[in-house]
Unconditional design. Structure first.
Ligand code: PHE
Length: 358
């Protein structure tokens, strides 16, 4: 009997001293496992005569139950302590100030918009905005694109369901309707840029159904094509941070400008690597021209008194070129790894004097 009492004490002490659930499990196995000490004593019962077996069996069962209960109680206590320690370790103190290293990044589209706006702001342009859901008048008719005009097919327009009077709103296909809204709302002289989202029903390697443009509009009494050229060349040199980019004004057509031009910048593609600057290639980056007299008339301005120029530029395109991003569609994948790689630090605001981006 004595050896049973001392075994009991020994196991209870070991259980109480076990510092971890794993240690405790070793104690349990040593006492109650298949080859455990108490289990061994139970097995030895078969060698006793019935009277002694009953007595010894009862005593063993009492100890076994007591030991099992003690081990279980210790296990619950150890688990609770482990949980509390973990909660304390991983706790978040929401009263602490934020960490200095910010983890959010500015998307290259936003950064490019800010850069372009900073450059034109420096030249004296203000920012104007307009709705993304437009009516036919502002998106087309006032821009000298009457109904049935073939130029409407240049834009793969998203139409909204027809209204009661059969008119249909559209998702604006360009930022040019902001020209109209601005001329309707403010008197010349006008000098604005209008950045924003635009939509066309088109999707492939180089087109996404939603994309961004920035529009420019200057209206005054003596504005001429020389101003247009000077303004855009200044923009291009500042944006690409190169002082001698070849710039080409190539005759083109837009219903709302006359004459119209597309602007190409010089580049080289040696070894498959695209470089902006001198080279034997050209890259188209924007459309522009002198505001068509019909557009001025639609906005209530007298074309004999006022004239001006306008331009429109794709933001994704110039962002791709500046930051060497190979695939347009990745802009809208919302992939955090991509954003970490191409994104910008939030407080790194672009300014012409302080440096745009690099
Ligand atoms: N709105 C034209 C386009 O989306 C760009 C443009 C704007 C051209 C202003 C001339 C003047 O392609």
């Amino acid at each position: 009997m004595d050896n049973l009492a001392s075994l009991r004490d020994q196991v209870l002490t070991a259980a109480a001293q076990a510092a971890t659930v794993a240690d405790l499990d070793e104690v349990r196995v040593a006492a109650l496992g298949k080859k455990g000490q108490l289990t061994g004593l139970m097995k030895a019962l078969s060698g006793l005569d019935p009277e002694a077996r009953r007595e010894r069996g009862q005593a063993l069962n009492v100890v076994k139950d007591e030991v099992a209960a003690a081990i279980e109680a210790r296990k619950v206590a150890l688990e609770e302590a482990a949980l509390n320690a973990r909660l304390a370790r991983e706790g978040v103190d929401i009263t602490l100030p934020p960490r200095p290293e910010a983890s959010g990044m500015i998307h290259p589209i936003s950064q490019t918009m800010d850069e372009v706006i900073a450059i034109f702001a420096q030249m004296g342009f203000a920012v104007a905005e307009g709705p993304e859901i437009e009516d036919d008048f502002h998106n087309f008719t006032a821009l000298n694109i009457p109904p049935e005009h073939p130029a409407r097919q240049m834009h793969d327009t998203f139409y909204l369901p027809p209204q009661a009077d059969d008119t249909r709103y559209v998702l604006r296909t360009h930022t040019s309707p902001v020209q109209i809204r601005t001329m309707q709302e403010q008197a010349p002289p006008i000098r604005i840029v209008a950045p924003g989202r635009t939509y066309r029903c088109d999707s492939d390697m180089t087109h996404t159904p939603m994309f961004h443009q920035i529009e420019g509009l200057v209206i005054d009494k003596s504005t001429h094509f020389g101003h247009l050229k000077g303004c855009l060349i200044e923009f291009i040199e500042t944006y690409f941070e190169l002082s001698d980019v070849p710039v080409r004004f190539r005759p083109s057509f837009f219903p709302f400008t006359e004459p119209s031009a597309e602007v190409d910048i010089g580049c080289s593609r040696k070894g498959g690597e695209l470089r902006i600057g001198a080279g034997d290639g050209w890259l188209e980056i924007l459309g522009c021209g002198m505001v068509h007299p019909n557009v001025l008339i639609s906005c209530g301005l007298d074309p004999n008194e006022y004239q001006g120029f306008a331009f429109g530029m794709g933001i994704e395109r110039i962002a791709l070129l500046e930051y060497g991003i190979p695939d347009l569609r990745t802009f809208f994948d919302a992939d955090l790894r991509w954003l970490k790689h191409y994104g910008f630090v939030p407080l790194d605001m672009p300014t012409v004097t302080g440096g745009l981006s690099r």
